[in-house]
Design a protein around this ligand. Structure first.
Ligand code: 13P
Ligand code: ZN
Length: 270
């Protein structure tokens, strides 16, 4: 058996957690990531018949029975994940009754998966129903996006249009727009269900006064979506109190659609 610490999904995840911390998106233990793995990914690294612990998940997502996930641990400081990946991360399989995680590796200090597991697993199920290649769900607390949820209308069309206007490439990166949830208590099945519902129509979901969720086929895509949104939110916060002399018009954004063969979310451009 090879050391799982050398597996590409672990090294990539550790590198991504450190990059997210460096961006300032993950103060303290803020943020969490989950990656869907195939049994074949674990071959040569883990004996998948050896279940270390059974951890109840507190909800049922039958479509994920038997699926494998690599998930950040609850309370783990993103700054420190690179120092001790085995305590900070875990790999588990969803049990046949869909009510528990069968831990195969990690959480070595007796810890557990993120408190946001409902939002992660329910979002995986929702994204897989519209995109079978979806593998990653990422959550964090980017400053400017958070600030924007205090001062901007939370209407999804209005929020999306403002972000698209802040940087030319936004509409190419997230043509489906960004969905927005009003503030709700975090870590609950209710916010998990609400997030998953929003994930059926976009890869990005804002949690007002809290942060953002992003979903995609790999860590680069999910990181890049948040990076792009956060940059646009930064431009918005830099200019919101200034006199705007020009912006990207709907005609400009239609030109982007034509030039790059993308389709903006129906009804979001005039
Ligand atoms: P966890 O430490 O449980 O992952 O929670 C962090 C967080 O961002 C909650 O929304
Ligand atoms: Zn959070």
């Amino acid at each position: 058996m090879r050391s799982i610490l050398e597996a590409p999904y672990i090294t990539e995840l550790v590198r991504t957690c450190s990059a997210m911390y460096a961006q300032g998106w993950d103060e303290r233990n803020g943020g969490n990531i989950s990656i869907l793995l195939d049994e074949a990914d674990l071959k040569g690294y883990l004996d998948v018949t050896k279940v270390l612990r059974r951890i109840p998940v507190g909800f049922k997502e039958p479509s994920l029975k038997g699926r494998y996930f690599l998930v950040t641990g609850t309370g783990k400081y993103f700054r420190n994940i690179e120092v001790d990946p085995a305590a900070s991360l875990g790999i588990f399989r969803i049990a046949d009754d869909a009510e528990a995680a069968e831990l195969l590796w990690g959480y070595t200090d007796g810890g557990s998966f993120t408190s946001e597991l409902p939002a992660h697993l329910m979002s995986h199920a929702a994204r897989l129903s519209v995109d079978p290649d979806n593998r990653v769900v990422m959550h964090c607390h980017p400053d400017n996006l958070l600030a924007m949820t205090y001062v901007h209308d939370l209407d999804e069309r209005a929020f999306t249009r403002t972000l698209w206007q802040m940087e030319t490439e936004c509409i190419m990166v997230f043509p489906e727009g960004i969905n927005v949830l009003p503030w709700m208590p975090c870590g609950t099945n209710e916010i998990g269900e609400a997030t998953a519902d929003k994930m059926k129509t976009a890869r990005l979901v804002v949690w007002a006064q809290h942060g953002i969720y992003s979903a995609g086929k790999d860590l680069d895509e999910t990181f890049g979506l948040i990076e792009t949104v956060e940059k646009a939110a930064r431009i918005y916060m830099m200019t919101a109190n200034l006199k705007i002399r020009q912006t990207l018009t709907d005609a400009d954004l239609h030109q982007m659609e034509e030039r790059f063969g993308i389709r903006a979310r129906e009804g979001y451009l005039d």
